[in-house]
Write a protein that binds this ligand. Structure first.
Ligand SMILES: *Cc1c(COP(=O)(O)O)cnc(C)c1O
Length: 442
């Protein structure tokens, strides 16, 4: 991986968008492979996603006890879906054009326990691992009340085992919080982007944090090597884990339920557009996959990435996936969107997405901060910079998406469309840093 030299000139001749990426322009890439093949891959079935949902249901009595903040949702880790009409007006006013249809926000920035979308995948994988260990040891059966997992006995049992993960911050936060609470010995390998407050919060909760001076890909690699030497250690592999993916995918089932409750129609005459911020790909990939299984051709999914870190766009467009990094085309991978500062995408996710997502777009950091301020002032919602990569989606679709809209006969259906911006993080950002973000102008 990444050892061979990439011939950028030859690649640019085949994919002229690379030049626009290098010049820091807004890029909108349409995935021509969409819907060509069947959208289901055999290794991940809807059945597995439903089982993941049931597993989370089994753990709800544990979650409710261990994290009392979830008692309002009966131990389910879920977020609100809501309309953001004031933000819509602000965007339309600033841009001078309309965004036809309804604009909604999926509020994963407010997911309990971890304050980001990582609360879905990360917590699910740790619970899944804990359940397996406890079942194998005969300490629990699937019909028991899982509140049992809070007992000192169980904590002592899990304390014999270790969990490790590499992260730019939020995944570490999510894995660290749940693992420490269950009793595991947990180590988080943080990349250079990781914010100090996330490391402090983890250490305060008894998590070992190892700070790497390298980027995300390297931090994951270091974590993987350290974990391989120890067979009591479970390494959570953000680039390849099916369990993480399944945890994220449960969101699709939950969203379907929320849309029904909100009486939002999704069908051939009522298209659904979903815009997700993308880092290595697991979070948005899991969500996208299950939404595609549920809504098929009626859902149109786009991933947003920072201009300096468009790893999924580059990997999918060239078909090289993890064999190419943004550094190979001269980009720095430096962005204030720390959750998206990933230079090399997941091959596993990128391959699955070939028949699922409609495209990817890039967004610059200055937009993220304007949007952050705008969302706070119009809707009183605070989202971290990374999460605002989703907000640019509907704007980009209106400005550069004409070909896509025409090809899929969507122009005349836009008035009855629903746009969902997936907000991915922000609730745990400390007040001081919030103020700083709100005042940032770049
Ligand atoms: C991790 C993260 C993402 C993207 O998830 P990936 O699985 O890395 O693609 C988006 N937003 C925030 C805030 C994140 O922390």
């Amino acid at each position: 991986m990444g050892e061979q030299k990439i011939d950028v000139n030859a690649l640019t001749a085949s994919f002229p968008l690379i030049e626009k990426l290098q010049m820091q322009q807004y890029v909108f890439w349409i995935n021509e492979q969409l819907n060509k093949e069947k959208q289901t891959i055999s290794s991940i079935s809807m059945e597995m996603i439903r089982e993941a949902e049931q597993k989370l249901q089994r753990f709800s009595s544990y979650i409710k006890e261990a994290f009392p903040i979830t008692k309002f949702s009966n131990g389910l880790i879920e977020s609100e879906l809501k309309e953001i009409p004031n933000m819509k007006k602000l965007i339309e006013g600033r841009r001078g054009f309309a965004i036809p249809g309804t604009l909604m926000l999926k509020c994963d920035h407010a997911l309990p326990i971890a304050g980001s979308i990582k609360a879905r995948g990360g917590i699910y994988e740790v619970l899944s691992h804990a359940e397996k260990l406890a079942l194998d040891a005969g300490l629990i059966s699937k019909t028991d009340d899982y509140a049992k997992f809070t007992t000192d006995n169980m904590r002592a049992f899990f304390n014999q085992y270790k969990i490790a993960v590499g992260s730019t911050g939020n995944l570490g936060l999510s894995i660290g919080m749940i693992s420490a609470r269950l009793g595991f010995q947990v180590t988080v390998h943080m990349s250079v982007e990781a914010k100090q407050w996330k490391k402090d919060l983890l250490r305060k909760n008894g998590v070992e944090v190892i700070e790497h001076k390298t980027d995300y890909t390297e931090a994951v690699r270091q974590g993987r090597i350290a974990a391989e030497k120890d067979n009591t250690c479970h390494f959570i592999d953000d680039e390849n884990s099916v369990d993480l993916f399944l945890g994220y995918a449960v969101a699709g089932l939950r969203l379907q339920e929320q849309l029904k409750q909100a009486k939002v129609k999704v069908d051939a005459d009522h298209p659904l557009f979903v815009y997700l911020p993308c880092g290595v790909g697991g979070g948005p990939g899991g969500v996208a996959y299950s939404l595609k299984q549920i809504y098929g051709k009626d859902v149109h999914i786009f991933f947003g990435e920072p201009m300096q870190s468009p790893c999924m766009l580059l990997g999918m467009m060239t078909g090289l996936h993890d064999e190419i990094s943004v550094g190979d085309i001269g980009l720095t991978n430096q962005t204030e969107a720390d959750g998206l500062a990933v230079g090399r995408p997941s091959r596993f996710v990128g391959t699955v997405m070939e028949s699922v997502i409609s495209g990817c777009y890039t967004v610059d950091d200055s937009f993220l901060f304007r949007s952050l301020k705008g969302m706070f002032e119009t809707e009183n919602i605070f989202m971290e910079p990374s999460a605002h990569a989703g907000v640019y989606g509907p704007i980009e679709l209106m400005m550069q998406g004409v070909t896509y809209l025409e090809k899929h006969n969507l122009q005349q259906k836009l008035d009855s469309a629903t746009h969902i911006i997936w907000s991915t993080g922000g609730d745990l950002v400390p007040e001081e840093l919030r103020q700083q973000y709100l005042q940032t102008e770049i």
